[in-house]
Design a protein around this ligand. Structure first.
Ligand code: ADP
Length: 456
């Protein structure tokens, strides 16, 4: 087992990984930017190394500085968390060549799955259902028109290297296709340095259902059930839950088997997520694989009782998975709300500044993942997520009652947050019934905002 792990991340996920390491008796090395001197992960780790300026490119994305910190501190492995370098093939390769274990899949797998057009092709070959669309990259507007005519409008143009919803365009009719094709390519080129795009049929009112995969380096692949992440705004998830409302055991088995097939097709190892979208008739289609731990992993941990970060570390150390498919069982229900520093009334404008009057909820079956503390100053240069609240109940209604109660208790002063918005969202009739799709928040924004008096 590793004696020392460097965590190439910040915020709540860095804290989460430090905690897992400490419980395993592994020393931790934090890295931080000049904007993060006072950050909690810096205070909690056994040692902390400043790796550069506030901008991500000067620190958390600066590969040479991170590798130097790992070598200098004698870390044998690097946990990349999510975001930043977690899906960066080059970084995983550098780790490999420096004899530092990258806690994640092989660089070659990250590369294959990071190219979404290619991943689609591989899934088609493996017999995993994908959204009807192009076979790989679409080279020209004429080719795009032919495919769109074939599958029928509306269609989505998507960036092969895409992520975070960028380089994606919805097209309702042929007249809009040329412009959307060019702008998706340009946006993708700007964001990812790659202008290749592919086409999918637009699935109307879909749900986003993803499967957690764990795979060891000895060929065993297990799925840990699904998460429903349909409550999104601009393709950014806001609430996630497990199990997904209304998914039967039979459907879970079928989807889970396809998820395992997808992972096996690429010889996957470590933690990964197979994302599907599901239409109103329960048809489901692979959209992408994330080759890292996800923000929403705690809901799966709550319903399976498995610590995914510890498993990741064990897998990277060459151990076999500690469970088989038949040992895993989904018990109870977990709901996670993401609390962000943003103002819903001003188009969810991000906010930075000093936190005051912090009150963190507690009580039975409430789990908090955060790196904020009273008087902590939220920097403006990073992601706006401040906290995840996870509620666990014997069933969905109990988890719902708990998350509502926890959101009512939570107080974060000094900065704008989406707490009230989340409170209203979990009180909507649709959320209560589990009857929502990925467009719900944007479609119903006004009615959600005015649905209740602001809580005090
Ligand atoms: P990204 O990697 O940029 O997040 P994804 O392929 O994961 O892109 O898609 C993000 C979200 O966009 C999905 O959760 C879903 O809400 C929506 N989406 C993606 N593809 C389609 C599609 N073919 N039809 C309808 N919605 C889609």
């Amino acid at each position: 087992m590793f004696q020392r792990i460097l965590i190439a991340n910040r915020g709540e996920i860095a804290v989460r990984i430090i905690r897992a390491c400490r419980e395993m008796g592994i020393e931790t090395v934090a890295v931080y930017s000049q904007a993060d001197k006072e950050a909690l992960h810096v205070k909690m780790a056994d040692q902390a190394i400043c790796i550069g300026g506030p901008l991500p490119k000067d620190s958390y994305l600066h590969m040479e500085n991170i590798i130097s910190a790992a070598i200098g501190s004698g870390a044998q492995a690097i946990h990349p968390g999510f975001g930043f370098l977690s899906e960066n093939t080059k970084f995983a390769r550098i780790c490999e060549s420096c004899n530092i274990k990258f806690i994640g899949p092989d660089a070659s797998i990250i590369e294959k799955m990071g190219d979404k057009a290619r991943a689609r092709e591989m899934m088609i070959k493996a017999g995993v259902p994908v959204v009807p669309g192009s076979n790989g990259v679409v080279e020209s507007i004429d080719m795009a028109k032919d495919i769109a005519r074939d599958i029928g409008y509306p269609v989505m143009i998507k960036a092969s290297s895409g992520g975070g919803g960028r380089g994606m365009r919805l097209v309702w009719e042929e007249a809009e296709l040329g412009k959307a094709f060019s702008s998706a390519r340009a946006e993708s080129k700007g964001a990812f340095g790659d202008d290749s795009v592919y086409i999918e049929k637009y699935i109307e009112r879909p749900r986003h259902i993803e499967f957690q995969i764990m795979a060891d380096e000895h060929g065993r692949v297990v799925h840990l059930g699904e998460r429903d992440c349909s409550l999104q705004r601009r393709h950014q998830k806001m609430i996630e839950e497990s199990p997904a409302p209304g998914i039967s055991n039979d459907l879970r088995d079928r989807m889970g088997n396809h998820a395992i097939k997808a992972a096996k097709a690429v010889n996957y190892s470590n933690a990964g997520t197979i994302e599907f979208i599901m239409d109103q008739d329960d048809n489901y289609y692979f959209i992408e694989m994330n080759t890292r731990i996800q923000v929403e992993h705690p809901v799966t941990e709550m319903v399976t009782g498995i610590d995914l970060i510890k498993e990741q570390i064990n897998i990277a150390a060459g151990k076999e998975l500690s469970f088989k498919q038949d040992d895993t069982e989904i018990q109870g229900h977990a709901i996670e709300c993401r609390i962000n520093a943003e103002n819903p009334e001003f188009n969810f404008r991000p906010c930075a500044g000093s936190i005051s009057g912090l009150h963190i909820p507690g009580g039975r079956n409430i789990r908090i993942e955060t790196a904020i503390y009273d008087s902590y100053c939220v920097p403006h240069v990073y992601d706006s997520m401040l906290m995840k609240i996870i509620a666990y109940g014997d069933n969905r209604q109990e988890a719902l009652n708990l998350i509502r109660r926890a959101l009512a208790e939570l107080q974060i002063g000094g900065i704008d947050t989406n707490i009230d918005f989340q409170y209203k969202l979990v009180h909507t009739h649709e959320f209560e019934k589990g009857d929502f799709d990925t467009g719900f928040i944007e479609r119903e924004f006004d009615s959600i905002m005015t649905s209740m008096e602001v809580i005090s």
